[in-house]
Design a protein. Structure first.
Length: 180
């Protein structure tokens, strides 16, 4: 993946992937929702920038606080206490909660540390992503700081959004291949 700080090609790549997601979902009759924290609605922004997104995008929750993650998305306090808000477990509960809330076919959950500075032993650029589709889930820990030295907030957010959309397409295509 060739992404550089403040590089306009990042936007072009995200725009292309977002367009591919919208086309796939519309053609497949699927719906999508998001639960975003550190990306601040960026995935929703890129999806809704594509003409025709209204046929597949149900909405998103920008859950920047633990309280909203719990109240709106149903993230368990026990999960937050045990694993912290910066964890694969919370990303998973965020996507599951959004999927229930919106009654969607597919969902994305993203939480992490955009920076500048990390939290505890987790440096800025540590992001957790959950993608759900076809009754399956993929969860990943993204370490943007391994791809970029001292990534700024915008780079962390863009790389996270791009990765989430790529994960969603992968899980959908894997399900299609299995059904063949």
């Amino acid at each position: 993946m060739q992404i550089h700080k403040n590089d306009k090609s990042v936007t072009k790549t995200i725009d292309t992937i977002a367009s591919d997601v919208v086309k796939y979902m519309v053609a497949s009759g699927l719906t999508l929702c998001t639960a975003e924290s550190c990306t601040g609605g960026m995935v929703s922004q890129y999806i809704t920038s594509v003409a025709g997104a209204s046929a597949m995008f149900l909405g998103g929750v920008c859950s920047y606080t633990e309280e909203i993650k719990q109240k709106i998305l149903g993230v368990k306090k026990e999960t937050l206490d045990r694993y912290t808000v910066y964890s694969e477990q919370v990303a998973s509960e965020m996507s599951a909660g959004a999927q229930r809330l919106f009654a969607s076919d597919c969902a994305l959950g993203i939480t992490g540390i955009a920076g500048p500075g990390g939290v505890g032993d987790k440096p800025a650029g540590t992001v957790y992503i959950s993608a759900r589709a076809h009754g399956r889930e993929k969860v990943c820990t993204l370490k943007v700081f391994e791809q970029y030295e001292d990534p700024d907030r915008e780079t962390v957010r863009r790389v996270s959004a791009l990765t989430a959309l790529q994960m969603l397409l992968e899980i959908c295509k894997e399900a299609d291949d299995k059904d063949k």
